[in-house]
Design a protein around this ligand. Structure first.
Ligand code: ZN
Length: 132
């Protein structure tokens, strides 16, 4: 978990902060007995669900943004078709491409996913009659 990811306690507080102010105002002195109370409790349950869903939607949006950034970086660090065995993005200080998987690709993907991609890439080269 990085510093930018909220902890479980921070997430709980975000949910509580979304609910607490309205609950404190709305339930002060509320009659919760009988049919009217049941209706009021149901209305509050619906309101809480809506408030929690709004916080969750923000979390999902943040996760989608983060995953999009990772995908954009992953797209840069692919095996380079023009120079098999090299990263399409990384090079050393002399401009020589770095071997693929580069350190960034290894940091982004578990080794087994990279192995599968390399196998797929190599089989494509073999199918094209090129050395893998
Ligand atoms: Zn790279």
């Amino acid at each position: 978990m990085t510093d930018t990811q909220p902890t479980d306690d921070a997430l709980r507080e975000q949910y509580a902060a979304a609910i607490r102010p309205t609950m404190l105002i709305g339930l002060q002195g509320a009659e919760l007995d009988g049919r009217g109370g049941t209706q009021r409790i149901n209305e509050w349950a619906d309101w809480i669900a809506t408030a929690v869903a709004a916080v969750r939607d923000k979390e999902v949006e943040a996760l989608r943004d983060a995953l999009g950034a990772v995908a954009r970086v992953r797209d840069l660090h692919q095996a380079w078709d023009a120079d098999p065995g090299s990263c399409a993005h990384c090079h050393d200080s002399y401009g020589t491409p770095l071997p693929y998987p580069c350190p960034t690709a290894l940091a982004l993907d578990p080794q087994e996913q990279l192995s599968a991609r390399l196998t797929e890439y190599a089989s494509k080269d073999i199918a094209n009659g090129e050395p893998s």
